[in-house]
Design a protein around this ligand. Structure first.
Ligand code: NAD
Length: 349
């Protein structure tokens, strides 16, 4: 087995994580030849971590030993770097969001076609254990047909870093976390979108969104709420799922939470409970003989690990798990969301 010889462009938070963690899990298949970062200080960190560094991008692209380039730089630089690398004869793996809009992505794809080079995107959260559990529940219908999906990530630390605060660099949370959650959702539901509403959060006063909430209805009837927040001192669950026979809640990435399924529709009606200053039967918990609590299924993945797939695609012509057609759908959805927000802003003037 000959490994794919990679070089990394951009040795910041994510570039270094690829180098020291993600690529290492597929040592036999992925070989890191060297690293380039525009900042000397980051090149020094790469050297300290034991990697060869290039002084310039040109030096990296001229290295015939480099077969593929990982682009892990701020979002607005992806297009130019990816195109340069493909034109230099390298396959490219690009961090998400692949580009700032669909037109940019189409330019990248045109160069991939022209040069015959492979272009792939690291939309990695299809491999998250919490998502795999949700996918299992959706496919296996453990709580019946799922008709409502709520997917949230919430923190209280604001927008991180520097360039993520700025529009020109492709900052904001829709382009940052939105890509992940929307990629998961479209990959899961596999149905065209019928309608959508979206709202941005700008409570921190940045020129980009510090979070957003979107309501999506799919043509197959599934409804979804996707929410990203960076000003949430108390978080809502990572997932809340409703099926016709039960509900599931995954609280966090630690996979805490529960599934409750209806077992007996003829069970006794629950007794009324005191609720605040009133009484309710409607909101009383179901009687004990009406439901069962289930444990989560194992988060089993029926597709190969990300970098194993990169190897198979680049060396054996396999089909990418994250297809460019799907990457384009996610980006197009994001573009539609930006357009809806703009429309709303214009009508408010
Ligand atoms: P970062 O700011 O930590 O790192 C970016 C690095 O790129 C910096 O070291 C910077 O000096 C370098 N850089 C900037 N312009 C460059 C250029 N023209 N050539 C070479 N180097 C250049 O940012 P980050 O958090 O590592 O994010 C980088 C990319 O990775 C973004 O696109 C982000 O969305 C993505 N990302 C993906 C995930 C994921 O889970 N897939 C997670 C975090 C970040």
């Amino acid at each position: 087995m000959t490994a794919v010889n990679f070089a990394i462009v951009g040795y910041g938070g994510m570039g270094s994580y690829h180098a020291t963690s993600l690529m290492v899990t597929e040592k036999e298949k992925i070989n890191l030849v060297g690293v380039y970062d525009i900042l000397e200080s980051r090149r020094e960190v790469a050297q300290t971590n034991g990697f060869k560094t290039y002084e310039t991008l040109e030096e990296l692209l001229e290295d015939e030993n480099v077969e593929a380039v990982l682009v892990a730089t701020p979002n607005d630089t992806h297009k130019e770097l990816a195109i340069q690398a493909m034109q230099a004869g390298k396959n490219v793996l690009c961090e998400k969001p692949v580009a700032l809009n669909v037109a940019e992505f189409d330019d990248i794809l045109a160069v991939a076609k022209e040069t015959g080079k492979i272009f792939m995107v690291h939309q990695n959260r299809r491999w998250d254990p919490d998502f795999l559990i949700v996918r299992n529940l959706y496919k296996e219908k453990t709580i019946g047909d799922i008709f409502q999906i709520e997917s949230r990530v919430q923190g209280a630390n604001g927008i991180p870093g520097d360039w993520r605060h700025l529009k020109k660099h492709g900052g904001g949370m829709l382009l940052d976390w939105g890509v992940h959650l929307l990629d998961q959702l479209l990959f899961l539901v596999e149905s065209p979108i019928q309608s959508m509403h979206v709202d941005f959060s700008t409570v921190l006063g940045d020129e980009v969104d510090d979070g957003f909430i979107t309501f999506i209805t799919f043509e197959n009837g599934v409804k979804a709420i996707v929410e990203v927040g960076t000003t949430n001192y108390v978080k809502l669950p990572r997932w809340y799922i409703k099926g016709i026979n039960g509900s599931a809640r995954i609280d966090d990435w630690d996979l805490s939470g529960k599934i409750v399924r209806a077992t007996n529709t003829n069970a006794q009606t629950p007794a009324p409970i005191q609720a605040g200053v009133g009484l309710t039967k409607t909101m009383a918990p179901p009687s004990e003989d009406a439901t069962e609590e289930l444990t989560f299924p194992e988060p089993v993945c029926d597709y190969e690990p990300f970098y194993a797939n990169v190897y198979e695609v680049m060396h054996h012509g396999a089909t990418p798990i994250v297809k460019n057609k799907e990457v384009r759908q996610v980006l197009s959805l994001i573009e539609d969301m930006f357009a809806l927000i703009k429309e709303k802003e214009l009508t408010q003037v």
